[in-house]
Design a protein around this ligand. Structure first.
Ligand code: HEC
Ligand code: HEC
Ligand code: HEC
Ligand code: HEC
Ligand code: HEC
Ligand code: HEC
Ligand code: HEC
Ligand code: HEC
Length: 344
């Protein structure tokens, strides 16, 4: 009897393995292989022998039911096609080439149609902020801006630095690298971010974050402690969660990237301050004028601190200071001509 049970179990395991292997017949899909090669409609004679060339009516010949399989690498993506109208096929061309249609612009790709609608993409609330990362300076975050950063997203449901962002000569190893491609003010992607407001020594975030000069020692001594500078234990504060001295903080632990209600695109809550505790992670953040108390309290605290507006205890300075924090704390304040140290 026992032998039969064992046999049954083995058969079950074996068939399970078979099913799992069978399930990987889409192993070319972006999620599995990291490659992303959607077929391109670039030759007039090839798309249905030319009959489909220059057509934008994709759904006429490719009914939704036929698109699920091809896009099964992310069922959310396949589902999203069924939630837009049959005229809204612009995004097909973002991935599949222009099919001979001339003068397509970013507006035709309709990124916002899905991404600002919570019924279609669940992350839509990240576009609700008042202030935008408005790259082309037209006053809002528009489809054109999306394309400057996301030239060829595979929309597989996972952010991947080497796929979802515009490519420079080499892949980005982390998101801060990507930010610094522009915020070194070298005109990458033909975009120039504004100069720093508070710093006289450095012109850009690259210099304040990774430091200036040529040698490693020079760089470290001119960088901020939130960036590459070697940190020291805090003077009067303590860290929340697993934050500690000698760390480099990701841009996105402090900033939103798309929109924010806070100036300088400061984070709207603590959810991206990965190493802090759960109380701080769920705290909302408001910045008033240049008072960043609620924000700094995500990671810096003190037992004797007063309670900031978001319920987190702030640090207590050893002497009273202005609530205009940027008098002393800003990108580059860690160096500031060598006269101050460890201020940012
Ligand atoms: C008039 C019908 C028709 C229209 C309209 C049409 N297609 Fe097609 N498409 C086909 C047929 C039939 C095939 C398969 C035979 C072939 O590859 O030519 C195909 C193939 C494809 C392929 C696979 C190509 C390959 O090389 O494997 C893609 C991708 C595609 N279509 C996307 C689109 C998109 C995007 C649109 C809208 C911009 C569109 N089609 C409009 C009929 C059409
Ligand atoms: C985010 C990118 C992306 C978008 C948007 C997208 N596709 Fe695709 N599509 C792909 C990829 C990747 C494949 C190839 C999948 C594979 O090889 O497993 C594909 C394959 C196809 C195929 C070929 C199917 C086959 O059997 O060869 C058709 C047809 C197609 N897509 C039509 C469309 C239409 C119509 C739209 C718009 C509603 C669309 N796609 C939007 C990425 C995309
Ligand atoms: C300044 C560059 C930039 C611009 C402009 C931009 N993005 Fe992003 N986007 C990013 C970065 C960086 C991330 C990764 C965020 C992260 O890892 O937390 C991201 C992530 C995303 C995500 C994934 C979010 C998630 O948490 O799942 C979506 C969706 C997205 N962007 C869509 C868009 C759309 C749509 C637009 C235009 C309306 C746009 N982005 C404009 C840089 C940008
Ligand atoms: C038809 C709806 C639709 C349109 C239009 C659309 N997207 Fe998406 N996008 C999605 C869905 C669905 C996801 C996956 C969300 C998920 O699984 O959480 C996604 C994911 C993303 C992501 C997150 C990274 C990833 O790999 O998942 C980025 C970035 C993105 N889209 C950029 C764009 C850009 C840029 C445009 C315009 C060119 C655009 N999208 C247009 C539906 C759409
Ligand atoms: C394509 C170039 C580009 C990339 C990539 C980029 N930025 Fe920007 N950034 C800009 C431009 C241009 C502005 C000015 C936008 C405006 O005035 O609305 C800006 C503005 C900002 C601001 C607000 C400055 C202020 O004075 O209010 C912050 C903060 C910021 N970026 C952080 C980031 C972070 C963090 C990343 C990476 C996730 C990033 N940027 C990626 C070009 C870029
Ligand atoms: C996401 C977490 C995080 C946030 C938010 C944050 N910090 Fe920090 N801060 C750190 C970490 C971690 C260090 C230690 C870095 C090191 O030593 O390399 C640090 C170091 C410092 C130091 C140096 C301390 C010393 O005595 O050497 C100062 C000053 C400082 N932060 C000020 C601020 C101010 C002001 C704000 C708000 C505007 C702020 N920080 C927001 C994590 C954070
Ligand atoms: C007059 C200058 C000045 C102003 C204004 C100021 N600080 Fe500080 N802050 C300091 C000094 C000095 C330190 C100690 C730096 C060090 O450890 O080397 C410090 C440290 C900090 C630290 C890190 C804790 C630590 O022990 O190092 C935080 C967090 C902080 N300040 C937040 C704020 C906030 C929030 C504001 C605005 C409400 C503010 N500061 C305004 C001078 C100032
Ligand atoms: C510890 C939190 C923190 C980190 C990490 C951080 N920032 Fe900031 N950032 C701030 C604060 C606070 C301000 C407002 C004070 C200022 O302007 O320096 C700011 C301001 C900015 C500004 C506007 C500067 C100005 O003066 O006009 C830009 C652009 C910016 N950050 C980009 C970045 C980029 C890119 C990174 C990653 C390389 C980054 N930040 C990392 C907290 C942070």
């Amino acid at each position: 009897m026992r032998r039969y049970i064992l046999l049954t179990v083995l058969i079950l395991i074996f068939s399970f393995l078979l099913i799992s292997c069978g399930g990987s017949d889409n192993e070319d899909s972006p999620r599995l292989s990291g490659s992303f090669n959607p077929p391109q409609l670039t030759e007039s004679t090839k798309h249905y022998g030319g009959q489909a060339w220059e057509s934008a009516e994709c759904f006429n010949c490719h009914p939704l039911s036929n698109l699920d399989d091809a896009h099964s690498y992310n069922s959310n993506l396949a589902d999203s096609f069924s939630k837009v109208s049959e005229n809204d096929t612009g995004v097909c061309l973002y991935c599949h080439g222009n099919n001979g249609l001339k003068n397509l612009t970013a507006e035709d790709y309709q990124c916002e149609l899905c991404h600002e609608n919570e019924q279609i993409v669940s992350s839509a609330n990240m576009f609700n902020g008042v202030l935008n990362h408005d790259l082309n300076a037209d006053g809002f975050l528009s489809n054109i801006d999306c394309l400057i950063c996301h030239k060829r997203s595979d929309m597989n449901g996972t952010v991947d630095f080497s796929i979802d962002f515009t490519q420079s000569d080499s892949d980005y190893t982390n998101v801060s690298d990507f930010c610094l491609t522009c915020h070194d003010a070298n005109g990458a992607f033909e975009i120039l971010p504004p100069a720093l407001q508070f710093n006289n020594d450095a012109k850009n975030i690259l210099d304040t974050y990774l430091g200036m000069g040529t040698t490693e020692t020079e760089k470290k001594s001119t960088a901020d402690v939130h960036g590459a500078a070697d940190g020291v234990p805090m003077s009067f504060g303590t860290f929340r969660g697993d934050y500690d001295f000698n760390m480099q903080i990701s841009c996105l632990s402090c900033h939103e990237v798309h929109t924010s209600d806070n100036k300088f695109l400061i984070a709207e809550d603590g959810s991206n301050a990965y190493l802090t505790d759960s109380t701080a992670k769920s705290a909302d953040i408001m910045v008033f004028n240049n008072n960043f108390s609620e924000f700094c309290a995500l990671c810096h605290t003190n037992d004797n601190g007063s309670i900031a507006g978001n319920g987190l205890k702030e640090v207590v300075h050893d002497s009273p200071v202005s609530t205009n924090c940027t008098e002393c704390h800003y990108h580059g304040a860690g160096y500031d001509n060598g006269s101050r140290q460890n201020m940012f």
